[in-house]
Design a protein around this ligand. Structure first.
Ligand code: NAP
Ligand code: GLV
Length: 313
């Protein structure tokens, strides 16, 4: 019997792409399903999607695993009907690492090369050389050095920046100073000229970056958030920037997405906003990864990227 896979996504084109790509690697019966409504009842082996409809799991039963079309699974962890017995498997890189590295490197280089300052000078017609920061003291802190954080760190190292990483458990990465343990967070933050957030949204990271944590950064640090908006207390961030404690922020993720009209970030001169695009899901690469994992599961072998529900990622 063919493996049956339900693909749920808001876009019909994307659902079709997933179907085509999965069938390139698997002899599968792919059932597309819109996220806007609960699907017709169906028994399936696997499901693939981002934020399934609240009643999705009432209709789709018999699942051996649910594959997230993202690296983050916080939405799935909060899903009201997600069956406790169905394993969640997330994407591991699948072409996101290089995108994340490009995005973070671009933001770091803007800060390091004083791009905003020179742009301000141009607006005023000012020709003046500014003193650049020293590279060997321009430490970049990566909060969350997992699959994507380690790729970002590798690219930053290639540009010669000192990279400091913080993770939940002990990690080691070539050329990167790795720190772990909640009690060492102040020490980590105190050294970050640029702080990159790349940890999942979990009960332990929600609202972690608030006024108290921003005050621990060196004065004039820059924040890059490519993780989830829920890690940051947005009012505290605006206040820290307005007080000069932070030089500014590059934000790709927000507590409410799309970012609501009139939100202070839209017009703040020291905040750069992008619409959750730092690392997009590439269907061909992702479908290949999911298909490979389905083949492994079908032959009774373990797969990577299985979410630990107790820790939340
Ligand atoms: P990952 O491989 O699971 O890595 C997560 C890292 O965060 C790990 O190093 C982990 O520590 C660390 N971490 C978890 N909880 C922590 C805590 N309480 N304190 C300190 N560190 C903690 O995940 P990934 O694939 O790199 O993805 C990271 C996140 O990026 C995703 O969860 C998602 O939210 C976000 N993302 C955003 C976009 C976008 O377009 N903006 C795209 C993709 C992903 P351990 O090493 O000890 O486990
Ligand atoms: C995107 O935000 C992802 O988690 O893949």
């Amino acid at each position: 019997m063919k493996t049956r896979i339900v693909v749920t996504h808001s876009s019909e084109t994307v659902r079709q792409r997933w179907g085509q790509e999965l069938r390139r690697h698997l002899d599968a019966d792919v059932v597309p399903c819109d996220v806007a409504s609960a699907p017709a009842p169906v028994r399936a082996d696997y499901a693939i999607g981002w934020r399934p409809h609240d009643d999705f799991f009432k209709a789709v039963t018999g699942l051996k695993a649910y594959f997230s079309t993202g690296a983050g699974v916080d939405f799935l962890m909060r899903h009201p009907g997600f069956p406790a017995t169905v394993p969640i498997v997330r994407l591991e890189n699948a072409g996101m690492g290089v995108q994340m590295a490009e995005y973070c490197l671009h933001a770091v280089l803007r800060s390091f090369r004083l791009a905003a300052e020179y742009e301000a000078q141009q607006r005023e017609g000012v020709w003046r050389t500014l003193e650049p920061p020293a590279r060997d003291t321009f430490t970049i802190g990566v909060f969350g050095i997992g699959v994507l954080g380690s790729e970002v760190a590798r690219h930053l190292r290639a540009f010669g920046f000192p990279v400091l990483a913080f993770s939940r458990g002990a990690r080691s990465e070539p050329g990167v100073e790795c720190i772990s343990g909640e009690e060492r967070l102040p020490e980590f933050l105190a050294r970050c000229r640029v702080l990159i957030l790349l940890a999942p949204l979990t009960p332990a990271t929600a609202d972690l970056f608030d006024a108290k944590r921003f005050a621990m950064l060196p004065r004039g640090a820059w924040l890059i958030n490519v993780a989830r908006g829920g890690l940051v207390v947005e009012e505290d961030l605006v206040a820290a920037i307005d007080a000069g404690q932070l030089a500014g922020a590059t934000l790709d993720v927000f507590r409410t997405e799309p970012l609501p009209p009139g939100h202070p970030f839209w017009s703040h001169p020291k905040v750069r906003v992008t619409p959750h695009v730092s690392a997009r899901t590439l269907v061909a690469e992702s479908a290949r990864q999911v298909a490979d994992k389905i083949l492994l599961l079908e032959s009774g072998k373990p797969v990577g990227g299985v979410v630990d529900r107790t820790r939340g990622y």
